[in-house]
Every structure is written in structure tokens, then in C-alpha cells.
Design a protein around this ligand. Structure first.
Ligand code: F6R
Length: 364
């Protein structure tokens, strides 16, 4: 049932081009030029804010989506951790949509947060992988992510499919609210339609990532850096690595480095920099140079242009295919997952069943 792979996690990483293509079809109009939700309709002109709540990796998908909703639709977004949200007495206006993201649809804190929002928000939305789950049943509209069953405890394909569904919602919101005209929408849809193929190409970098993974498998600590929507990806790379390889890892916004974490840098700390070429690339490169100037070992994950422009001195590079900046967070999930996977395999840990973790956290 692992389809020739050593672990479910490897199978689920490799499946991503296929499940994303299916999900994309489900969220597209028949001509592929617009967004149409698979099981209902939403009117984003009726809300003035979105409150997103989730745990773990699903929360990091929400953090990426915040950048998208702000940039593409001009909609303010709050992102919360469910265990904080449920006890904080958050203020929710009756013009806001509350959106809950959960692979299992059974996470206790996320479900409790949903129930708190129920009579307060204008609409309860969820993005779930299990359509018959509690979170799906208690929502006004439950959007499926179509990732198929995810067995590995560390979430991989569910994360990229959550991102795809959230990207579709952000595009639809942008179009409905007049932030994206038809031409801009068509351009984004064309990019989205390239995504499964580009993801497939990124899987071809597995050998390079394996080489890096062997080198970092002896590290005590690893840092991940990213800017903009790549910042939540840095958090996801660090979460995945600590979860399955048990190496201490932290993700930081590149610009925060000099406000503290740079004190950790020395030659024993690999620093993984997630830096597709985008508007913020030069700023990320200058943060990277600050790391190298202090003896830090940089693993640069970028496209060919980025690797060229970053110049000499990096410890390792992984060359990703070119992608529109909007979709880079979906693509760069793949090297983050593969890096964690191969590091864990190199260390011999139990990849699919990491210690102390459960696939579905139904108690708080
Ligand atoms: C990390 C991971 C967890 C889950 C979290 C939420 O790889 O799998 O952080 O993302 O427990 O679970 P769901 O999405 O089922 O609510």
C-alpha cells in the first residue's frame, strides 16, 4: 500500500502533483480560467475580515493564506492557534467569516474554536480533508482539499492541498471584490495550471536534497529563514524537521534575524534559506550574507536565477524550478518536506510514527 515507497510519508510527498491536479480541477471552472468552488458558493463582498484558526501545519497554511488574502483581495485576516483562540475571548464581528483548517477535521482545539465562533461570525467555513468529520459537519460550508487519506503522522500532501484550496478562495475573493480584474485572474489561473507539472519537476531535486540531508543529520540545531509568504514556510520546514528527525529546528522571518537569533549562528548551525526570486529576494540575500559572515553554513533553496545572483560562499544549494511568487509557498513545501524526510531516514528515526505524536489530536 506504500506503492513501492519505503514510508507512507515518501509516498504522500510523491503523490502531490497528482492530488494537487485533482484539487485544482475541483476548484476551477470547466474552462480552467476561473475559480468555482466544488460544493457551494461564497460571496466575499459580504465580509470585511476573515478569522482563520488551526493547529500545527494547518495553522501554517493559514499564515500563508493571510499574505494571499491581503495581497489579492485587500481583505484583513487574523490567524490564530486554536488552543489560544478558544480561551482568549477573541472579538469576532458579525461581518467576519471564520475559517477553520484541519486535515482530520477532529482536532479538539480547532473544533472548540469553531463552536466559540458559531453564533458570532457571519459564516463558519472549513477547509478539511475528511468530509464526514466533526469540523466539516458543524460548518456552514466545508470545503474539501481532496488529498486522499494521509497516513504519515507528519502532514505533507494535506498541507499543499490546504494551500491550494486557500489560494483558490483568495483568488475568488480578489475577483469578487474587484482587486483582480479578468486579465489578472486569467494570469493567476494560468500559473495555477502549471503548478502540478512544476511540482513534479521539483521532485527531481530529491538527490540534491538527500545530499544536504546527510550533511545536516549530524547537526544539533538547524535554522530556517524566509520572508513574506516564505516565512510561514520556514516555520513549516522547521516543524517538519523537528517532528520526524528530532533535531532542534526553528523558523524565523529573515528580517528578525538581527533582533536576536543571529546570536546562535556559528559553523555548527546549518541555516536553510527559502528564497525564490521575488520582490524580497535581495533583502533575503543580504540576511543570508550576514549569516555567512558569521561562519553560518547556508543551504540556499532558490531557482536558478536566485542561485546565480546569490553568488559564492553558500554551503549547499538546491535549485528549484521557476514559479510565480504567488505560488512559491506551495512549491517550496516540497524541498522542506524532502529535507525533513531524508534527514530522518539518515538518522534512522520512525518517519511515519514519530515518538510522542498522534495523527489526530482529539484531546486538548
Ligand atoms: C505536523 C502535523 C500537525 C497537524 C496538527 C493539526 O506535521 O501534522 O501539526 O497539522 O496536529 O491537525 P489537523 O490538521 O488534523 O487539525
Amino acid at each position: 500500500e506504500k506503492a513501492g515507497h519505503k514510508h507512507f510519508m515518501a509516498k504522500e510527498i510523491a503523490e502531490q502533483p497528482i492530488v494537487l491536479a485533482d484539487a485544482l480541477q475541483a476548484y476551477s471552472t470547466p474552462d480552467g480560467k476561473g475559480i468555482e468552488l466544488p460544493n457551494g458558493t461564497l460571496d466575499f463582498t459580504k465580509c470585511d475580515r476573515i478569522t482563520m484558526v488551526a493547529c500545527g501545519t494547518a495553522n501554517l497554511a493559514c499564515q500563508v493564506a493571510k499574505y494571499w488574502f491581503e495581497q489579492l483581495a485587500g481583505l484583513p485576516v487574523d490567524v490564530d492557534i486554536a488552543s489560544e483562540f478558544r480561551y482568549r475571548k477573541p472579538v469576532i464581528s458579525d461581518k467576519s467569516y471564520a475559517l477553520f483548517v484541519s486535515q482530520s477535521g477532529e482536532t479538539a482545539d480547532t473544533l472548540a474554536a469553531l463552536r466559540y465562533a458559531k453564533d458570532r461570525a457571519a459564516m463558519i467555513l472549513s477547509v478539511v480533508n475528511v468530509p464526514e468529520s466533526s469540523i466539516a459537519r458543524e460548518s456552514d460550508l466545508a470545503l474539501p482539499i481532496m488529498a486522499g487519506i494521509e497516513v504519515g503522522v507528519a502532514s505533507t500532501k494535506a498541507f499543499t492541498c490546504q494551500l491550494l484550496a486557500l489560494a483558490a478562495l483568495a483568488l475568488q475573493a480578489g475577483h469578487q471584490r474587484g482587486h483582480l480584474d479578468d486579465a489578472a485572474m486569467a494570469a493567476h489561473m494560468a500559473d495555477l495550471n502549471l503548478l502540478p507539472g512544476v511540482l513534479n519537476q521539483s521532485l527531481a531535486q530529491e538527490k540534491a536534497i538527500k545530499r544536504v540531508a546527510h550533511k545536516i543529520s549530524t547537526a544539533q540545531d538547524v535554522l530556517f529563514l524566509g520572508r513574506g509568504a516564505m516565512y510561514p514556510l520556514a516555520l513549516e520546514g522547521a516543524l517538519k524537521l523537528k517532528e520526524i528527525s528530532y533535531i532542534h529546528a526553528e523558523g524565523y522571518a529573515s528580517g528578525e534575524l538581527k533582533h536576536g537569533p543571529i546570536a546562535l549562528i556559528d559553523k555548527s548551525v546549518p541555516v536553510v534559506v527559502l528564497a525564490p526570486t521575488d520582490d524580497l529576494f535581495d533583502k533575503t540575500v543580504s540576511n543570508m550574507q550576514e549569516v555567512m559572515a558569521r561562519g553560518g553554513k547556508v543551504v540556499l533553496i532558490s531557482d536558478a536565477k536566485g542561485v546565480r545572483e546569490a553568488g559564492d560562499g553558500v554551503w549547499e544549494t538546491v535549485v528549484m524550478p521557476q514559479i510565480s511568487p504567488f505560488l512559491a509557498p506551495i512549491l517550496y513545501a516540497v524541498p522542506a518536506q524532502l529535507l525533513a524526510y531524508h534527514t530522518a531516514v539518515a538518522k534512522g528515526t520512525d518517519v511515519d510514527q514519530p515518538r510522542n505524536l498522534a495523527k489526530s489530536v482529539t484531546v486538548e
